[in-house]
Design a binder for this molecule. Sequence first.
Ligand code: 3PG
Length: 386
Amino acid sequence: VLKMTDLDLNGQRVLIREDLNVPVKHGKVTSDARLRAALPTIQAAQDAGAKVMLMSHLGRPTEGEPAEEFSLAPVAEHLGELLGRPVTLVRDYLDAALDLADGEVVLLENVRFNAGEKKDDETLAKQYAALCDVFVMDAFGTAHRAQASTHGVARFAPTACAGPLLAAELDALEQALAAPRRPMTAIVGGSKVSTKLDVLNALSEKCDQLIVGGGIANTFIAAAGHNVGKSLHEADLIDKARELMGRVEIPLPSDVVVATEFSESADAVVKPVDQVGDDEMILDIGPETAARLADLLKDAGTILWNGPVGVFEIDQFGRGTEVISKAIAESPAFSIAGGGDTLAAIDKYGIADRVSYISTGGGAFLEYVEGKPLPAVKALEDAAAR
Ligand code: 3PG
């Protein structure tokens, strides 16, 4: 695909799709990781003398119904602080021509306020395309969506290319998955096997060890014949778990942290995995298991991490995720992490600068790992072929 860095943007009207879908509370951005990730792209376009229009979605508003709670206004303000000069939020941009100075940066209001955005409406895509000379797709986190601002616009823009962030994300994922340095160890945590089934299947073919955590691990513990008491697990996926265990090495916990209630004040008790009581739930891996998994990670050549191994938001159930985080940080492996909960754990344990690559994608990260084509990337490939 064509890259933004290959083009002369001086004086050009450049429309950049970013994923600025960040958490906002009481009108303030509460985590700006995605904004900071987009910053180098924005600055590069600005420095090149482009007239820069940024666009993004925020949340999941009812389409065609602008609602203040989904406005990008707090994002414009925060971006302005990061860039060191104000970023104007433009609410009317589909019909009125925008008159920008070279090097100016504006943010277009939430694309999901526009009717037709999510169903990739052609008229809307043409309206976006008419705004620009160059369309830059840089929103890796939304690249799995075939929508007017991620996919349709690339069909009609005079020039469509990949932004530096999108390109870096794809390079890092390729490095981890195409020809990984061995052994390759993946960690997949989260509450349900059912929502991660495709990714577990895909990784069982690729990696040497597959570490499972959270509610997902409980289903595997049950599959190994142990009582899981009141733990979150999926009885109907036990056979599937056994099948996966036959395909790849899945190191199961030998000890676990249990409690009789799910709360901040719950008493955490460490137990061997075969002694979980009927009234108990498993909320973390035990210290013996954590140490064994940490050893595995220290010897890995490639580590792919999606999802915590325990309820790390509550400190007494966070030890397992903390030990795993530190082991990833200390490992010489090429490590890549993605997903909202994973990023929160990385922040909590302060290892951000010791993970080789932190993806801004959640759903997009998983779909890439599953081997599914990303529609927005496909649109750029088609544009390059034209
Ligand atoms: C995400 O946060 O995963 C992306 O911004 C995509 O958001 P969506 O799931 O609402 O399309």
